[in-house]
Design a protein around this ligand. Structure first.
Ligand SMILES: [Zn+2]
Length: 509
């Protein structure tokens, strides 16, 4: 009998089939969270839930279009793709600045940089600001922040409301690590350190409501491991490999939620502070201008139940909307003074089939960058950006005649400045952006300035930022050994062409 089966060709077909299934399954690595299927009524009922934990993951420097969930043909993000497929995905998200501290200050407060006042390297969040962790702590949550980016350290005021606010302890990497960020000192450790610390915290806190913030840095550091597919040898390829590695880390967090039995009482949010340029506008890196490649970021959420199918929100939102939305979903008090709005109505519209799928909306969202952010005494060089309808307008307030306007429908990469062809459009957009930035300034009596000691400065320099303190010479030049040739920047075409940039940020910043 056995002999007969072994001799049968069907046996070999079946065996081959099983092997293929096993191979495919082992590639997936990520087993979807086993949670009950929910619908719009369950979303509406979320504020009433007894225990609803929040795991809030920031993947630093992650631009949306590099995730397969946002159209990258490479399989960079199997875990996030699965999260989006049965969760909530926002397709149009605008970050509020192109460097970490200014952007995170806006994300946590729901206010634009002009109002937070956090625009220079020495600025900090004042104590009088109310941050989400404080609201959650007051509501009885255990709160922990585990971060690897010095810009969000406690000395900049970001630890308010956290019971535990730490850099993770370093562990020996289980995988072969490749660090492809020459030219800067490497940040010690890997994101797995943050993942393991996060799992340790969740294991201890699983019986209480908890809020866990995890800030990953390996995409920023172009660090990846042998788990990542080989995407090639340019920095752009390494960037994709790093995304795969961060995505794997999120898979580990999701697996821990399931193993601890708390997946169905936890909301998981994945987001970024800004993107990264690969010469789309003449430079690589970030923190130097305000174009799509540094401002379009992802926002994906796994709810405590599976949505089948997942909800896709096409309307434009901004990172200032993130916490107004989450606090709304949790049934907690709103952030005082927030300029962002809750996107919960948009989620419900999409879940209940009311949205028309229009990607562009009339709502204006803003971003801002003081190009002198890395210098102590330099005059501000504010760059303002607004996206409204189909258009982005960018300009330097010190040089208001140098305006750029892009039609993002005709020209999604924002390469063709149509300002000189469309004077009425320019004045319409300009008066709106002027009105917005002409409002009263900071929301607090003062935005405190922090004395940074040499240790702090060195930690920030380890991220690749060049900070010019008194006595320092500004450093110039791109990182050595760059794999991508640098195209010439056409003179007079870019609003970013300011004399001698205050801060030279290597692309690995
Ligand atoms: Zn960042």
């Amino acid at each position: 009998m056995l002999r007969k089966i072994i001799d049968s060709s069907w046996f070999y077909f079946a065996l081959a089939g099983l092997l293929i299934v096993a191979a495919v399954y082992s590639q997936l690595r990520f087993e979807p969270l086993e949670r009950p299927v929910g619908d719009a009524a369950d979303i509406r009922a979320m504020p009433e839930r007894e225990q609803l934990n929040v795991v809030f993951v920031v993947i630093d420097m992650l631009r949306a279009d590099r995730l397969s969930a946002y159209g990258n043909p490479r399989p960079t993000s199997p875990v996030l793709d699965a999260m989006a497929a049965n969760g909530v995905q926002f397709m149009n998200v605008e970050a509020q600045s192109s460097w970490t501290k200014a952007s995170m200050a806006s994300m946590w407060t729901g206010m634009y940089p002009e109002r937070t006042g956090v625009q220079r390297f020495f600025h900090a969040m004042p104590q009088e600001a109310t941050l989400p962790a404080e609201i959650l702590k007051d509501a009885g949550y255990r709160t922990a922040g585990i971060w690897r980016n010095g810009w969000v350290a406690n000395n900049f005021g970001f630890g308010q409301g956290f019971d535990l606010y730490i850099r993770p302890r370093q562990v020996r990497p289980e995988h072969k690590v490749t660090r492809s960020s020459p030219g800067v000192r490497n940040l010690p450790g890997t994101d797995m350190d943050a993942t393991l610390s996060a799992i340790e915290f969740m294991t201890g806190a699983k019986d209480d409501p908890f809020f866990l913030y995890v800030h990953y840095m390996d995409v920023h550091q172009y660090l990846y491991t042998d788990l990542s597919p080989d995407f090639g040898t340019s920095f752009s390829d390494f960037y994709d490999s790093s995304i795969y590695w961060s995505d794997y880390n999120i898979g580990r967090l999701m697996k821990a939620l399931r193993d601890l039995g708390i997946a169905e009482k936890t909301l998981v949010v994945v987001i970024s502070d800004h993107g990264e340029a690969f010469f789309e506008h003449g430079i690589e890196g970030h923190a130097r201008n305000l174009y799509r490649e540094v401002l379009d970021t992802p926002w994906i959420m796994a709810l405590p139940f599976r949505l089948d199918p997942g909800v896709v929100v096409d309307q434009r939102v901004a990172n200032v909307d993130v916490w107004p939305t989450l606090l709304d979903m949790l049934g907690l008090p709103p952030l005082p003074g927030a300029e962002g709005v809750s996107a919960l109505p948009l989620i419900l519209d999409a879940a209940e089939g009311r949205s028309d799928g229009t990607a562009e909306s009339d709502r204006a969202v803003f971003a801002q960058l003081d190009r002198s952010w890395g210098r102590v005494d330099a005059e501000p060089v504010p760059t303002l950006s607004m996206v409204k309808g189909a258009h982005r307008i960018n300009y330097l307030t010190n040089n208001p005649d140098r305006v750029e306007v892009f039609d993002r429908v005709e020209d999604p990469k924002e390469t063709k400045n149509i300002a000189s062809d469309r004077p009425e459009l320019v004045s319409e957009l300009k008066s709106e952006i002027d009105a917005f930035f002409g409002r009263p300034k900071t929301a607090w009596s003062s935005a405190p300035e922090v004395e940074l000691d040499e240790m702090h400065i060195n930690q920030l320099r380890a991220l690749g930022y060049v900070i010019e303190t008194p006595g320092d010479r500004p450093q110039h030049g791109d990182r050595p050994g760059k794999a991508i040739p640098k195209p010439p920047v056409a003179k007079g075409e870019s609003a970013e062409e300011v004399p001698a940039p205050a801060v030279q940020v290597p692309a690995t910043n």
